[in-house]
Design a protein around this ligand. Sequence first.
Ligand code: FES
Length: 109
Amino acid sequence: MGSISRLSNSSPTPLIFPKCVRVCQNRTCRKQGAAKVLTAFEALPTPEVTVTGSSCLGQCGNGPMVLVLPDMVWYSRVLPTEVPLVVEQHLRGGQRVTKMLYYRFHPQG
Ligand code: FES
């Protein structure tokens, strides 16, 4: 009984999903420089953020595509030179980089 009342009085534990950056490494994005984008992210590790290459994200021709989870923020035509901005502003600062957002999923930017 004691443990049941203790459970019912406890506040719910918030679900926190770790941030993950997925950089498409499929054929079309690779032709557009996705390997260098992935390397640029890996060169700037951020605590508690995982960076992985991914299979096709279904947006071929707009790459290199980068998807930040769980935020569901999509960046398109990402250049290696833009990666430090994404890392600093989005991953570390919590603010999406408006000018790099993928227009199909973020039409208002
Ligand atoms: S190849 Fe990258 S989105 Fe399809």
